[in-house]
Write a protein that binds this ligand. Structure first.
Ligand code: HEM
Length: 435
């Protein structure tokens, strides 16, 4: 027999035996949550079909609110009810405070500088504090409202025409690269499920990521350099205090000398800035697109949204961000949109830092946790869960801090942009667009 074939068969046999041993060992330490049985090696990869968030939601009737899957080598726990999510975030948030790192996010060492992927520790703490305390606080959001006003005006004039005016075309290149990064990130990568296949990069995702992330980092570092020169100039002219924006805060950061880095390196700043663009761009635009789609499908809701806008803003002036607080129906439209179509349906996966007992189940260390789209459609919490009914949020106390509605995640690793992104940006984008 051909030696290659023998080699292949032997490797296959070893993997099958290893699978049985590992599977038996983890189950013997306690009861794992129920779930479809799966295949040797592949585990449940074939059970997920084309739209995993929908398939998993449908599994709830058969297996219950907490499901166990093996995706190649990755142990995965899926939570499908608001009750289980509440138990998870209230009592187990810390045990799942680390992230599961994918193969493409290791490209250019992105994961080492990222705040969203950082291990739960001092680097993450410093950067998260800077975003939530220095960047996305109400005052700074209000101070920069005029920038978003200009952007929306430009969008209304004509995105392409405006984009082509960006001189050397770097803005266009940057956003094209960003769109591609989102795409490579969103692909299921065989290298994540079968680490021994990583080096082959069968889908070419690593190569594509290297090219597009490299380009985006170069452009972002150009922005940062330009900004640094401005800061130096302002400093020389003695006018630096007046113009302290977020980038200046990052550049001027000095650690406490104990558990914090002394300063944030240029490389970390470049990646951090890039990451904020990534985190806030597609999520906000997908929310606006879904809201428009739902309103077009629901003429009654569309009429109510328009009537509210006409009454408050009228035909003579443009809608402003400061109007949003007085547009409760529009805010309800955004909440209802995010309930049905959370832009990140599985959230950003977290990983168990130690063996954990969750709702009577044994969850081994390194299990990745994905939180399903199903929570916003939990029939135990939502009346007619599949219907688009913004009215359910009028006079309701439910907001993004409740475990029934978690498009921004919850707990320690909750979205850092929730203050601005939760209602201001999408509502403003929607209100200002020609619906
Ligand atoms: C509609 C808009 C947005 C949605 C739906 C969204 C959603 C999310 C989700 C689901 C997570 C993971 C939460 C978890 O693990 O529990 C996250 C994390 C994060 N988001 Fe957002 N996001 C949005 C906008 C933004 C914006 C505008 C920014 C900043 C400019 C931002 C910055 C971040 C950061 C830094 C993290 C990592 C937090 C951590 O790991 O501690 N996001 N976001």
């Amino acid at each position: 027999m051909d030696w290659c074939l023998v080699h292949f068969l032997l490797s296959f046999l070893i993997l099958v035996v290893a699978w049985f041993v590992l599977h038996h060992r983890s189950s013997s330490q306690g009861r794992l949550p129920p779930g479809p049985r799966g295949w040797p090696i592949l585990g449940n990869l074939l059970d997920l079909e084309e739209m995993p968030h929908k398939t998993l939601c449908e599994m709830r009737d058969k297996y219950g609110e907490v499901i166990w899957l093996r995706l190649g080598v990755k142990n995965t726990m899926v939570i499908l009810s608001s009750k289980a999510a509440s138990e998870f975030f209230k009592n187990h948030d810390l045990s799942f405070a680390d992230r599961s790192i994918t193969e493409v996010s290791r490209v250019h060492d992105f994961d080492k500088s990222s705040v969203a992927l950082a291990p739960y520790g001092s680097y993450w703490r410093v950067l998260k504090r800077l975003v939530t305390v220095d960047m996305l606080v109400t005052k700074r959001i209000n101070d920069t409202a005029f920038v978003r006003r200009e952007c929306v005006d430009d969008m209304l004039l004509c995105i392409e025409e405006e984009a082509s005016k960006l001189g050397d075309g770097q803005g266009v290149e940057f956003f094209t690269a960003m769109m591609r990064l989102m795409e490579w990130n969103g692909h299921a990568n065989l290298g994540d499920f079968f680490p021994w296949l990583r080096w082959l990069d069968l889908q070419g995702l690593r190569r594509s990521m290297e090219k597009d992330l490299g380009q985006a980092i170069d452009i972002a570092s150009g922005f940062v350099k330009e900004k640094m020169n401005n800061i130096i100039q302002d400093h020389n002219l003695g006018s630096d205090e007046k113009r302290k924006d977020f980038l200046s805060v990052l550049l001027g950061f000095q650690g406490n000398g104990k558990d914090e880095p002394d300063k944030i390196s240029d490389r970390d700043i470049n990646i951090f800035i890039l990451e904020l663009f990534l985190a806030g761009g597609e999520t906000t635009s997908s929310t606006i697109e879904w809201a428009m789609t739902e309103l077009l499908l629901s003429p009654k809701s569309m009429m109510k949204a328009k009537a509210e806008l006409t009454q408050l803003v009228g035909p003579k002036r443009k809608v402003e961000e400061s109007d949003i607080d007085n547009l409760p129906y529009l805010q309800a439209v955004i909440k209802e949109t995010m309930r049905l179509h959370p832009p990140i349906p599985f959230l950003v996966p977290r990983k168990a830092t130690k063996d954990t007992n969750f709702m009577g189940f044994f969850i081994p260390k390194n299990t990745q946790f994905v939180n399903a789209w199903a929570i916003g459609r939990d029939p135990d919490v939502w009346d007619e869960p599949l219907c688009f009914k913004p009215e359910r949020f009028i006079d309701s106390k439910i907001d993004y801090k409740h475990y029934e509605l978690i498009p921004f995640g919850a707990g320690r690793r909750m979205c850092a942009g929730v203050t601005g992104a939760s209602y201001a940006s999408p509502s403003f984008g929607l209100a200002a667009s020609p619906i």
